[in-house]
Ligand binder design. Structure first.
Ligand SMILES: Cc1cc2nc3c(=O)[nH]c(=O)nc-3n(C[C@H](O)[C@H](O)[C@H](O)COP(=O)(O)O)c2cc1C
Length: 339
């Protein structure tokens, strides 16, 4: 089967960048916010759940149909039923998607116990069957996989890489941790490097890329074609622009905290915020601030105070105090601590 090509990148002279899919985060609004500060080459949707009664989730679909960022969006699916995955892939292909992506990494126990997401890494034969069927269904645009290096250990890692190579997968996003590692512990960039040399498709390195400098070092260590950034794009939506500056050998522009206050305001003022109870909005903003805080001060003072706030007024006043008082302060270019 002839290879289909990946969508054109923003800067063909530079390695690729992608925003990692994140459930409850990477919706249409967040993609627009990221695009405002500097788009990555590719976006990925939150996962579409696939089972025998599933229908395409309208909110997730909006990230494709109403996307005006100018950057291609891959549609991610999570599931294990082969006919339903094929049906959903066909439905998704009716939309303007960059490709279909299969989730083989989600570490939530309620997910992997159903043998979907990261649970699939325990069953290479099943992965083989799924990718065979999806490849024959998705034959006019990219079919991509996002996965971890294993479930509990790396016993199936090479077997699954060979399956990926055999089915002509067009792009592999690899988080260098096992499912059981969840989001903790060292990222095994050496295993990402092994994947790069074992599969013949491009590989995006993923896991703890928390600064432009880390992106450069991971690209060097792994030989990956690009980087996929998740949580640290929440903390610092300028990160894709900064990665490009670093790749070009340019000085990285630090971001004044005053501008970060603006970013926080965008997160607060989502288009549907009028319909959301204030308590939920406060909780939602705090989820983002948990990441942003790691780039604000070395002592963790903002993080502590932010978590103590209870009302909208307390939270927004604290943000004003921390981000607007000293105009010379900037967001750190790398985290002070891992939180
Ligand atoms: C809140 C959250 C939601 C996530 N949702 C998804 C998802 O829907 N699909 C997926 O493949 N990975 C998901 N992930 C994993 C990320 O895409 C990424 O692989 C992981 O966070 C490691 O990258 P990072 O260190 O750059 O964040 C999620 C991660 C987080 C923190």
């Amino acid at each position: 089967m002839p290879k289909v090509s990946l969508p054109q990148s923003l800067h063909p002279d530079l390695p690729l960048t992608a925003l990692a899919p994140m459930q409850d985060v990477t919706n249409l609004w967040f993609m627009k916010v990221i695009a405002h500060y500097g788009s990555p080459d590719y976006f990925f949707t939150e996962y579409f759940r696939v089972n025998d009664t599933s229908r395409l989730n309208r909110d997730i679909l909006a990230a494709i149909t109403e996307n005006d960022t100018g950057r291609p969006v891959f549609a991610q699916m999570i599931g294990e039923s082969i006919p339903d995955l094929a049906r959903t892939a066909r439905e998704l292909c009716r939309y303007n998607i960059a490709g279909v992506d299969l989730n083989m990494g989600c570490p939530a126990p309620r997910i992997y116990r159903k043998n979907v997401g990261g649970g699939l890494l325990r069953e290479p034969e099943k992965v083989d069957q799924i990718l065979a069927e999806l490849r024959s269904t998705v034959n006019d645009r990219p079919l991509t996989v996002k996965m971890r290096v294993g479930f509990e250990n790396t016993d199936n890692f090479y077997k699954i890489l060979d399956i990926i190579a055999r089915h002509n997968i067009d792009l592999l996003s690899l988080h260098g941790r096992t499912v059981k590692d969840m989001y903790h512990g060292e990222v095994k960039y050496d295993l990402i490097a092994e994947a790069v040399s074992r599969v013949d498709c491009p590989v995006l390195a993923n896991g703890n890329i928390n600064s432009a400098a880390t992106a450069i070092s991971v690209l060097t260590q792994t030989g990956a074609v690009g980087v996929m950034v998740g949580r640290w794009a929440i903390a610092n939506p300028w990160i894709f622009k900064q990665i490009r500056q670093a790749l070009r050998g340019e000085a990285i522009t630090p971001v004044p905290l005053v501008e970060v206050r603006n970013y926080i305001d965008r997160l607060w003022q989502t288009p549907n915020s009028a319909n959301i109870p204030v308590r939920s909005r406060v909780g939602y903003l705090k989820m983002f601030l948990n990441y942003i805080a790691l780039l604000v001060d070395a002592e963790g003072q903002f993080l502590r105070l932010m978590r103590q706030t209870q009302t909208e007024v307390e939270l927004l006043n604290l943000c004003d105090r921390v981000f607007l008082t000293d105009v010379t302060k900037t967001l750190a270019l790398a985290p002070y601590s891992k939180g």
